[in-house]
Write a protein that binds this ligand. Structure first.
Ligand code: FAD
Length: 376
């Protein structure tokens, strides 16, 4: 179990207050929103049920360009120029046109939080009535509310669809000590009928897991088996539901970013850079509202349109997610070998990065480098 830094017992004092911006969720999406509001001068309150960086929510793999653009290199653990894909009939090694890196979750969150200016409180969000958010420590009223709480979309209007009926995948991984040189993927139905397994080395740790596009398929046994096959220990489990469909990015005056808006990419289940990307976009809209440059309704519509403008890419990825498990394994092996050419990979991975490109960071108003404190 990770150490619990969350306020407990007598420390859990009532929390009843007003603020200009209430960001619910202190992971990738929530911290990206806060970063863009650093110079707004607004009263920004960020709440999460855990301390910032306390609970790792993923294998923490991201295009390195995003770490660089956001000045988060202090969190970098290991960088890969190739992707190795195993199937029962072949193994391919794709040379990527850009590198991918694993990072340390706690450090990344701390460095990102240092780039922002907000008050932080631990509280569990239970729901919302209008502009009042109900938490286990009391009610918070805010002029502007952001739901960056992940797949549950706690602040959405009405009842939420729950798994297994919701459009969600499931993922589970173990974090044994160990090392490796390659970022590896397994497309192998003996592990998961529709989905894939992975091993992401992160310096002295491996992140080995299995994701299933079908929420009814339980992945614990497959995760254990993949780790055992790789001679790794089944320790330090981490798992969650992963959305694979876009949802409305605004609803009832609330902004949704990251998994709460279904911003995780189908097929690859890459949701960190998109959570950062859409979080930055929300922060920029709110910054304009707070600076008197835009009305709230204009900001809500503009962000909603921005998110929806990515629908084609997300649908395309979802089509691939549905197609790949249907392709007979021998045919899939042939197809993976056929696309090994440098030209094709540059084209395909170039388009894939474009969905949420790191240049978006510097395209925003915060071009000046921020003073970054590197935690010990
Ligand atoms: C096993 C696994 C491995 C993955 N690996 C990768 C990967 O390598 N690369 C990648 O790009 N994506 C990966 N993903 C997907 C990625 O984790 C998510 O898309 C990403 O974390 C979404 O970020 P977010 O900020 O929207 O939500 P989250 O990271 O889920 O953060 C939500 C925050 O809200 C808080 N919260 C939730 N509910 C409440 C509540 N009721 N009250 C208060 N606080 C609350 C949580 O504590 C958390 O801090 C993986 C997912 C899984 C399950």
């Amino acid at each position: 179990m990770p150490p619990r830094a969350t306020k407990r017992g007598a420390e859990r004092t009532p929390l009843e207050r007003d603020c200009d911006v209430l960001i619910c969720g202190g992971s990738f999406a929530g911290l990206a929103v806060a970063r863009e509001l650093a110079e707004s001068g607004a009263d920004v309150l960020l709440i999460d049920r855990y301390e910032i960086g306390e609970r790792q929510t993923s294998a923490c793999g991201i295009p390195t360009g995003w770490l660089r653009a956001l000045e988060l290199q202090a969190s970098l653990r290991q960088t890969f120029g190739e992707l190795v894909i195993h199937t029962p009939y072949t193994t391919v090694r794709y040379h990527l046109p850009w590198t991918f890196s694993t990072f340390d979750y706690r450090t990344l969150c701390e460095v990102l939080a240092d780039q922002a200016a907000f008050t932080f409180e631990t509280a569990k969000v239970d729901g919302r009535t209008g502009h009042t958010v109900h938490t286990d420590r009391g009610d918070i009223r805010a002029a502007h509310i952001v739901d960056a709480l992940g797949w549950r979309r706690v602040l959405g209007a009405g009842e939420n669809i729950q798994p297994p009926d919701a459009l969600l995948s499931r993922g589970l991984e173990v974090h044994p000590h160990g090392s490796g040189d390659d970022m590896e993927i397994w497309i192998d139905r003996s592990y998961v009928p529709a989905g894939y397994g992975w091993s992401f080395p992160a310096a002295d740790e491996l992140r080995i897991g299995v994701g299933s596009f079908d929420p009814r398929f339980h992945v614990r046994e497959s995760t254990n088996r993949l780790a055992t096959d790789l001679a790794a220990e089944n320790v330090r489990y981490q798992g969650n539901w992963i959305p694979h469909a876009l949802r409305n990015a605004t609803e009832d005056g609330v902004f949704f970013a990251g998994d709460s808006a279904g911003h995780c990419l189908p097929l690859t289940a890459e949701g960190i850079r998109t959570a950062l990307y859409f979080g930055l976009a929300v922060g920029r809209e709110l910054s304009d509202v707070l600076g008197g440059r835009r009305s709230v309704s204009a900001a809500l519509s503009s962000y909603s349109r921005f998110s929806a403008s990515h629908a084609r890419a997300f649908e395309w990825m979802l089509r691939c997610q549905r197609l790949v498990p249907r392709v007979p394994p021998r045919l899939l092996a042939g197809a993976l070998r056929a696309i090994e050419s440098r030209r094709f990979l540059d084209w395909a991975f170039g388009h894939y990065l474009e969905i949420a490109h790191p240049r978006f960071v510097t395209a925003g108003p915060r071009r000046t480098p921020v003073a970054v404190r590197v935690p010990a």
